[in-house]
Every structure is written in C-alpha cells, then in structure tokens.
Ligand binder design. Structure first.
Ligand code: COA
Length: 677
C-alpha cells in the first residue's frame, strides 16, 4: 500500500486518505496511490469511496516542483478519468484550500462535499498554465461558462457557500471530512451524470471574442489568462473527449514556456524570501502595540496597515493639530475601506478603538515597536528617536522608515543597538506589498525575525536588505533612471523610452512615472549625492533643469510631459524636446536613433548589473530577493520573473554584451558586477 494514499474499506465503504504534507500535492506517489485505490476499491465491490485529505487541507494542486521535469506515469487526467468512470461512486469530502489538481479531483468524483469555509480555485493561471487534468473542461460543465471563466482566468478563490450557490457542491458540513463523507454515504443519493458528460448552456456567437478583448486588456502581457479562456472555449464547443486532450497538451506545452518558468520562480521565491540566512535561529518577539511617529501620507498608511493586522496603534505627531490631522487621515482610510466593502461597520469600530493619537511622546511608553515615518532629514529623525528612547522600554524595537538616509546615523547615541531596524514601506503603505527589512550591523536576529513576522502579519512581502544608498529598490531605480537619461541625451525621447518599457511589460515608463510621483525627491537625492559623485561620471542635468523651471510633474501640470487641466494623459512638450537637444549639443553628443529593443536591452542590463552588485556586496542575500523587490515595489512584470530571473532566462552572455554597450556609451560611469565583466 502507498504511504501517501491509504485505503481502508469497512462495511463496503472505502476511506481514501491522501497524506502528502505540506499541502497534499498530487505528486507521482499520490497519482499512483489513487490509481491503485480505484482498482482495489472496484475489486472489493465497495458501494462508495470517500476521498479526503489529512492535515491542514485537501489537495492544493499539482506538485509545482515536478513541473520542470518530464511528466511521470501515471498522468493525472488518466487517474481522474478512472475515478470518474469507476463503478464505485467516489465522494470528495474536502477542506482547506481545494485548488488546481485538488479541485479537478473533486470534479471527477460523483459527489462533492465541502467543509464550511473551504476555498476553491484554479490557480494554474498564476503559474502561467492551464489546468492539466480536465479542470477547464469539467468546471464550465459543473458551474457554467461565465463562472468558470471568472475562476480560471484570474486564479481567484471562492468559498464553499459560493460554489454551492453555483451548483458545484452536494453539501456543506461542519467538522471532520471523513465523518461527513460517511454520513453522506450512509444515505447515498442516486448517482448523477458524470460532470464530463454534462451539457453546457450555449453562449452568444460573439461571447468569446468579447471575453478575449476584455481579458487581453487586463492581462498586461501575461498570456495564461487568454490560454485559459481558449481552453474553456474548447469545453463549450467540443465534446469532453476532444477538449480534454487539447487542454492537457496545452498544459504540457506551457510548462516549458518562459512565462510559466518565471511565474514558478516567483512562487518559490515568495516562499524562500521569508527565510533568509540572517534570521536563522532568531525568534520573533511579541508585538501588540505599535507606535507610529508621523501622520502624513506614509505614516497614516503604515498605521492603517498595522490596525488592519490587529495591532494597537499609537500615532505621535509634533503638535495636537498635526496629531488630529493624522488621526483624521487614518479615519479617512477606514471610511474608504467601508465604502469599498472591504471593512464592515463592526470592524471599523474595532479599528477606531485600537487607535489613539498624541503629541506627547510619553504615549509611546506602552509600545513594543515604534516606526518612524517623519520628514526625510537626519536632523528631524534623530530627535524623534531620542524622545522615543526616553519613554519606551529599553528593549522595545525602534524602526525607521527612511528611504535614503543611513539608519546607523539616525540611531546615533541611542542605547541597546540590537533593537534598531529599518522598515522601509512603499507608498501608499497600506496597499503596496513590498517591505524592505533593513538590517543594521547591530540588529539582533530576534529583532530581524520580528521584522519578518510583522511583514507577514501585514500581508506584505518582506525582503531583507543591508545598508546602501536607496537600499535594494531605490538603488536599482536610480541606476535605471540614470541610464534612461543617457539614452535621452544620445537620441531618444521620453515618449519612446516610456513606450519601449511599457511594451516590455512595465505598468509605466520611467518618465511618465516620474511625472506621476513628482520630480522633487529624485532631485533632492541628486543634490545630496553631488558631493560624493565621481567627478568623471557622466551627469545629465535635464531633470534638474526641469525642476528649476518648476516642472515637478503632473501636480504642476508640467514635467517630462505637459498636462491639460484635469487630464492625466501625458502630452509631448516641445520645451522638453528642445531642452534635450540643446543639452546634447552643449555636451557635444551626436544623437542617433535607438530601436525599442536597444532601449530595453540597455535599461535591463543596468538593472541586472545593479542587482548583481547588490548581491555581490551582500546587501541582498540572493538574486530572488532582488527579483521580489522589483516585482512587489516597482511593478516589474511578475510573468518576467524579476530582473535577475529575466537575465538568466535571456542568458547572461547577452546581458554582458548589453552592459558592455552601456559602458561604451557612457565611459567611467558604471561599475560592472563580477558576473557581468
Ligand atoms: N506544489 C509543491 N509545493 C507546494 C505547492 C504545490 N502545489 N503548494 C504549496 N507548496 C509548498 C510551498 O512551497 C511551501 O513549501 P515550504 O514550506 O518549503 O516553503 C509549503 O508548501 C507551504 O505553502 P505556503 O504557501 O507557505 O502555505 P500557505 O498555507 O500560505 O498556502 C496554499 C497554502 C496551498 C494556499 C498555497 O501554497 C498555494 O497557493 N499553493 C499553490 C497552489 C497551486 O497553484 N496549485 C495549482 C498547481 S498547478
């Protein structure tokens, strides 16, 4: 008998337990175990079989770690077909997250029961795939084409109640899956038509064309949502016996696609990122109350995120008016959540009562952690920590949200440096997924582990970063912008660069993005860096000149583009084009045309190079940390896997070549990472 699939037949009812931790994925042993079970149960002449999962969940899908390898017998669709065709009716009694191959297994069974709260979904789309064992063919036959498209093209989950409402369940139970299965088997209804043999209600002739247009727009370059749509169209137009092999073939083809490889890389990276070496052996400290200093946009966002995660929050501002304004801002975020249906009235009451605001640092005394989010200036931040240290426990954690300053300087003169940490949030802090967790040389493992624990509770992707100018994300951003400016000088326009990067998959190009977020912060940074900038590094002044002309971006209706009142669409501005040409002429540059591909190659080369330097210097532990920073903080397309994965995918030799061109274009301006030189 298989270790992972245990069969126990009593009173003609077979109990089939899948026990393959952590999530009962359908690896080879599970597939073989299930196939053997079908034969054994059939031979025993059982009257019903109940399949259920041991541990925290029913089957949560295929084993993703097997997807890079050649498929091994028996294949999942054959196993599920055997279950559906078995003379013995199978009952799926599911709980937890019944996803992908797990949902497909349930659909192959004659009956489906779910524990209240069980979540169902076809997340293959998020891995660049279509289901591989009939999911796209059975689901529309079970719950209709519309609902099936909604699930398969987005990967979103629905709960048991919703699935029942859609006609996909035979019952919802509380308590133990096996017990529920046994109770159901004791009074077994007549066996319904197999799901694969059910009819699908016809749709309008232009239905799929319309869906295609809709989904293409939403997919932003990712191809799997459209692949899933196509597979469901097969279900709607072909008999199961024809549609299913087509789905399977597409699934196998997609496993080898660049997009699926990238998305699988991100899946595993998102799990590995939570376990950097630096926290090995560290134990998270208990945090109940968080003091947030600064009630501006950033501070309010952080406070709101902490409230939502269930923490008590004390907001501190410099005077009573500012404290009130900060509290109002947070109240506004709560209101917004209510309006969008994300926060219930009851929850809002709880959130409001967990928040207090004060202008007196004595209020911080009860906090276990303080997060400072005040103006980006050493002279403003240092006194904040002195005041906090004077009132808080000597072991309470002190965190700065600085983006560019050196945290070591910020904490100068404060006791117990093991408790210092950087928690770099991205604006808006209650929405953006990324949290850079910055380790100072003195930070203890327990404090670092607490940072990661906090990130998890806030539902953020916490990435460990060492100290350097801009940490991981903004340091790469600044290299990227610098190279974009060199391209501008040498022949491109903002429009062309923006278009090339959008076509690559970025949500926005570098110039339209600067206009959106404002040009001032980068300007201030360039001024700050001026003293330490190598004298022979190429410097492009165009951004500075725009700021001097008070062109700060959308808010001033002028930046790299110009904007009509109330319209966010960037319009070309001859002022900027002339300025670029003038600056190039002054610098003695002969402008030439660049293809979009050259633009992408060079901008990606500097991103990858900077990422490689960051890893080389030990600022990031691994390439995957860099990838996740760019994906979760800067809109780098997930389906490209992050810059470092993209570099590996196109081949580091190609990146090396592009980097050599970058260096030739602007000599003395780039330090090249070991692996690219
Ligand atoms: N194949 C292989 N490993 C899987 C897996 C799968 N389908 N699903 C989860 N795992 C592994 C994770 O890598 C993780 O391993 P680790 O502890 O070594 O890092 C472990 O199982 C726990 O997963 P995690 O995501 O950390 O737990 P969770 O409770 O937060 O979430 C799920 C559980 C099932 C919701 C989530 O793991 C998930 O969405 N899995 C993918 C489901 C999927 O895409 N299925 C379709 C595959 S075609």
């Amino acid at each position: 008998m298989s270790d992972v699939v245990r069969v126990d037949i009593q009173d003609q009812v077979a109990r089939v337990e899948i026990n393959n931790p952590p999530v009962n994925a359908t690896g080879q042993a599970v597939r073989q175990g299930l196939l053997d079970a079908v034969a054994q149960i059939g031979q025993a002449g059982a009257k019903a079989a109940i399949v259920y999962g041991a541990g925290r969940t029913f089957v949560a899908g295929g084993d993703i770690s097997e997807f890079g390898k050649p498929p091994q017998l028996p294949h999942l669709p054959d196993v599920y077909q055997a279950i559906e065709d078995s003379s013995v009716p199978w009952i799926a009694a599911v709980h937890g997250t019944t996803l992908g191959g797990g949902f497909e297994l349930a659909m192959a069974c004659a009956f489906r029961l779910a524990q209240n709260g069980t979540r169902f979904g076809l997340p293959e789309v998020n891995l660049g795939l279509v289901p591989g064992a009939g999911g796209s063919q059975r689901l529309p036959r079970l719950i209709g084409v519309d609902a099936a498209i909604d699930l398969a093209t987005t990967g979103k989950m629905i709960d048991a109640a919703k699935l029942q409402e859609l006609g996909g369940l035979d019952g919802i139970f509380e308590g133990d899956p096996l017990e529920a299965g046994l109770a159901f088997a004791a009074d077994l209804p007549a066996r319904p038509t197999k799901v694969s043999a059910r009819d699908i209600a016809p749709v309008d002739s232009d239905y799929f064309a319309q869906k295609h247009a809709e989904i293409k727009k939403r997919a932003k370059g990712q191809s799997s949502p459209l692949d899933n749509l196509k597979a469901i169209e097969w279900a709607a137009t072909l008999p199961f016996a024809e549609g299913q092999p087509k789905e399977r073939q597409l699934h196998l083809d997609l496993r080898d696609s660049a997009q699926s490889q990238a998305l699988r890389h991100v899946f595993f990276a998102e799990r590995a990122v939570t376990k950097p070496k630096a926290i090995e052996g560290g134990t998270p400290l208990e945090i109940n109350t968080i003091c947030v200093v600064g009630g501006g946009l950033m501070g309010a966002g952080i406070a709101f995120a902490c409230l939502q995660a269930g923490y008590q929050v004390i907001l501190i501002e410099r005077d009573d008016d500012a404290a009130q304004a900060g509290q109002d801002r947070i109240a506004g975020l709560i209101e917004g959540g209510i309006k969008r249906g994300k926060i219930s009235d009851e929850k809002a009451v709880k959130l409001r009562s967990a928040l207090s605001a004060s202008s007196d640092y004595a209020a911080s005394a009860s906090a276990d952690l303080a997060i400072e989010a005040v103006f980006e200036d050493l002279a403003v931040k240092q006194p904040v920590f002195q005041s906090l240290a004077a009132h808080m426990r000597s072991d309470a954690i002190l965190a700065t949200n600085t983006s560019y300053l050196d945290p070591t300087q910020i904490f100068e003169g404060i006791d117990n440096p093991a408790r210092f940490i950087g928690l770099h949030f991205f604006s808006p802090a209650h929405i953006m997924k990324l949290l850079e967790i910055v380790k100072l040389p003195t930070t203890s493992k327990d404090v670092l582990a607490t940072g990661f624990d906090l990130g998890k509770r806030l539902r953020k992707v916490g990435v460990l970063s060492g100290i350097c100018d801009g940490f991981i994300g903004n340091r790469i951003l600044s290299a990227y912008r610098r190279q974009a400016d060199y391209l501008l000088m040498d022949g491109c326009t903002p429009r062309q660069i923006d278009r090339a990067m959008r076509d690559f998959g970025m949500p926005m190009g570098p110039y339209e993005l600067q206009d959106l977020t404002g040009l001032q912060i980068a300007w201030a940074n360039r001024k700050r860096q001026a003293a330490t900038r190598p004298a022979d590094e190429r410097y492009v002044r165009i951004g500075d000149l725009l700021c001097e002309a008070e062109r700060f971006g959308q808010r001033s209706q002028k930046g790299w583009y110009q904007y009509e009142e109330g319209n966010r669409t960037p319009q070309d501005d001859p002022f900027v084009t002339d300025l670029i040409i003038e600056e190039a002429a002054q610098a003695g540059v002969t402008r030439r045309d660049f293809t979009d591909q050259e633009i992408v190659d060079r901008l990606m080369a500097v991103m990858i190079n900077e990422g490689a330097l960051i890893v080389e210097e030990g600022i990031a532990e691994r390439d995957l940390d860099v990838d996740l920073v760019k994906i979760h903080g800067y809109g780098f397309p997930r389906w490209r896997g992050g810059p470092m994965h993209y570099g590996e995918q196109i081949g580091m030799d190609k990146v090396k070549q592009a980097m050599a061109e970058v260096v030739a274009q602007s000599p003395n301006s780039w330090r090249v990472a070991g692996r690219l030189s």
